[in-house]
Design a protein around this ligand. Structure first.
Ligand code: ATP
Ligand code: MG
Length: 448
């Protein structure tokens, strides 16, 4: 027979076990259910603005996807005492610190010396690491230099995270229950190490409950308008769900990250928020999860068993390029005409020269004529045409740089759109392609 007092004791034990298990989370500076992390970005060139800090962006986003939130980031010079002071400062509040930069073999790379000093651990030559570096450099000429030998010298207490994309290793160091991970600066190596080594390791080291991510992909609506449309939802999100806005060339990806201990419950909780947000943004949503805009266009065309042709002037083939990055695009994409010169618009697309003279190449009439022309030429169900002024020359008071006319055409109808947008030639071309694909999407889906 179990007495009341026994039950009480068992319950007490349970609570104690729970606290032990979640100790690291209870200590979080923000009391969030997500685990806190701090970043140290090392590099003079990042401070001077010569290099844009893409490492912090990649690390931040990937940590968040795994339930870790970067609460503080400090960017510093490649300076020994500065590195030591910053580690010391951040380790007071954070159990997890990631560092990038300064792990290379040259004189300006001092991170390994700083780690050795801070962790009071002598620098030693790591034979296994040297073998790994030799293997990596097997086919490279000239052969191993004294610099590469230098890279096999690490603090004795550090655990090596093998870098398969470069010679600077990742390093993991511990101080009581705190973890510090140092990565090289090269962004491509940071990505490889994060995915292959760091994230699996962190998930083991700090076992959080289930983490689920969900992407909602929008186009043709600015971040600020999204924010105002879903403000009430966002303000009332539960503590275990985070929403991130990820803008990219005319698109905004909304990413929801949820943490919980019951995967099924978590899934349905997340799904209900995805549905709620979707209902507010309806016509702007082209897809979910990993589906990019050109892939969404491909899906829509396949559903209708329809084909597509493109006529591009100012985008110079960029729209066609985007479409053909999608595997299997040959099922629906027939081809494109890059009709840069007016004579090509006339000779290949059948645009009337009189129209060109009357309205100019960048006009609604010409965009429509190009779209209809290429659809006739290639005998497709749908077409898209773009004509505009990408800059930096060619603008006028009436048609400034960044003026774009788009037209999308089907057997039933042809629609056109006028946009003025200028962020410099290269960005204009990228944005114009997104605007064009969005107009085409709207025509195929029947969105007015
Ligand atoms: P390496 O072996 O190449 O010397 P490293 O660990 O010493 O690696 P750094 O010398 O600091 O790294 O940087 C290497 C390259 O990575 C440089 O081209 C630098 O501009 C770039 N880089 C460094 N930090 C960042 C960052 N935070 N974001 C983007 N690029 C970065
Ligand atoms: Mg370097």
């Amino acid at each position: 027979v179990i007495k009341e007092s026994h039950l009480f004791f068992i319950k007490l034990l349970g609570i104690f076990a729970y606290i032990l298990k979640n100790f690291h989370r209870l200590k979080n500076t923000t009391n969030s259910i997500f685990m806190d992390a701090a970043l140290i970005i090392i590099g003079n060139e990042v401070l001077s603005g010569e290099t844009i800090d893409t490492n912090a962006q990649f690390i931040g986003l990937n940590l968040l996807e795994n339930g870790f939130v970067v609460r503080k980031k400090i960017t510093i010079t490649d300076n020994l005492s500065e590195i030591i002071r910053t580690i010391d400062y951040l380790l007071v509040d954070f159990d997890l610190i990631l560092i990038t930069g300064g792990l290379g073999p040259t004189n300006d790379d001092v991170t390994r010396y700083a780690l050795s000093e801070y962790f009071n651990s002598p620098l030693v030559f790591d034979v296994d690491l040297f073998e790994h570096i030799k293997e990596l450099l097997k086919y490279r000429k000239p052969n191993l230099s004294v610099f590469n030998e230098q890279q096999a010298i690490i603090p004795e207490c550090a655990v090596v995270l093998n870098n398969n994309l470069g010679t600077a290793p990742g390093l993991l160091l511990r101080k009581s229950n705190k973890v510090l991970i140092a990565l090289p600066g090269v962004p491509y190596e940071v990505k490889g190490l994060m995915i292959e080594q760091v994230l699996p390791l962190l998930n083991k080291e700090f076992p959080l409950e289930t983490v689920i991510n969900y992407n909602i992909r929008t186009v043709g609506i600015p971040e600020s308008l999204i924010a105002s449309k879903i403000k009430d939802i966002e303000d009332n999100l539960p503590e275990n769900i985070q929403l991130a806005y990820l803008p990219h060339i005319g698109q905004v990806k909304l990413r929801l990250t949820a943490i919980g201990n019951n995967p099924a419950e978590l899934n349905s909780e997340l799904t209900s928020y995805v549905q709620l947000i979707s209902s507010r943004l309806m016509e702007y949503i082209y897809g979910y999860q990993q589906e990019e805009l050109p892939a969404a266009i491909g899906r829509l065309l396949r559903e209708k068993n329809a084909t597509l042709a493109i006529a591009e002037s100012c985008t110079g083939g960029h729209i066609s390029h985007q479409l053909t990055t999608i595997p299997g695009s040959s099922f629906y994409f027939k081809g494109s005409v890059v009709s840069y010169a007016n004579e090509v618009k006339c000779s290949l697309l059948g645009v009337d020269n009189k129209l060109l003279e009357k309205f100019g190449a960048v006009s609604e009439e010409i965009a429509m004529a190009m779209a209809k022309g290429v659809r006739n030429l290639m005998k497709t169900d749908y077409s898209l045409a773009a004509t505009g002024i990408a800059g930096p020359d060619g603008g006028s008071a009436e048609k400034p740089i960044g003026t774009l006319w788009l037209a999308a055409s089907s057997n039933d109808k042809t629609i056109a759109k006028h946009i003025v947008f200028d962020r410099g030639r290269l960005q204009n071309i990228q944005f114009f392609a997104t605007f064009g694909l969005d107009l085409l999407r709207r025509l195929i889906m029947g969105i007015e």
